[in-house]
Design a protein around this ligand. Structure first.
Ligand code: PRP
Length: 219
């Protein structure tokens, strides 16, 4: 690989789709559709810029260790990763959602929390959940899951889940209710700190173009 190659790590889906307009502002066009291709390295119209497709939770890791020079990752993923070695210049204001606590509609969350008994919480977001319940003074037994958190309260695996909520449709479809909003989420641009020094000009160009194209704040 030539050393002036710029590698951008993205995950398929909302983050990829909502990053495309920002890339366009930088004059970068991805030449293949990740939904149609099995390729993991996608060329762009700029010979020195390529996109690598990784799992959402792996984006910070790729950028931290230099497998990619920069990447786009949700604040949720960034918090769980810890952010070590990552320069975080921009909140891109894309892929917005929230992290919330949800329970079965017949579960008395207020009472469970007040009673001071231990709450069984299933989540992929153990750091966020641990911090949140520690601040509230609620003792939790944490069950780490990697997906389909909604199933946990329905099967008796947990009393509550901590998960991303966007429209709320997934909760509704599974007879769960949102009882607390923990934090608002959006996606961030993250940059490898060494790459920022070695490839300063091309990376700065991309960062500046992204900054100028961030969607206006809307509620
Ligand atoms: C997230 C989250 C919920 C769903 C919420 O999953 O885990 O399942 O979206 O969205 P809604 O409120 O609009 O229904 P995502 O699709 O990101 O995939 P994941 O299960 O891999 O996290």
């Amino acid at each position: 690989m030539s050393s002036n190659m710029i590698t951008l790590a993205l995950s398929k889906g909302r983050i990829f789709d909502e990053t495309l307009p920002l890339l366009a502002a930088a004059g970068i066009e991805v030449l293949e559709d990740p939904e149609k291709s099995r390729k993991l390295i996608l060329p762009t119209n700029q010979p020195n810029v390529r996109v690598v497709l990784v799992r959402a939770t792996d984006v910070p890791t790729y950028v931290q260790y230099g497998g990619a020079d920069l990447g786009v990752t949700g604040k949720d993923t960034l918090i769980e990763h810890g952010g070590q070695g990552l320069y975080q210049p921009l909140d891109l204001q894309i892929a917005k959602c929230r992290v919330s606590v949800a329970v079965r509609s017949d579960f008395d969350y207020e009472r469970a929390v007040k009673q001071g008994s231990r709450l069984k919480v299933a989540t992929k977001y153990t750091s966020i959940a641990r911090d949140f319940f520690a601040t509230k003074g609620v003792h939790v037994d944490m069950v780490k899951l990697y997906g389909s958190m909604e199933l946990a309260p329905l099967t008796g695996l947990a009393d509550a889940i901590v998960d991303l909520v966007s429209t709320g449709n997934t909760l509704k479809a599974n007879h769960l209710v949102e009882v607390e909003r923990i934090m608002d989420i959006s996606s961030y641009l993250v940059v490898n700190q060494a790459a920022l020094k070695l490839k300063q000009a091309p990376l700065r160009r991309i960062i500046d173009a992204f900054a100028s194209a961030i969607p206006a704040e809307k509620n």
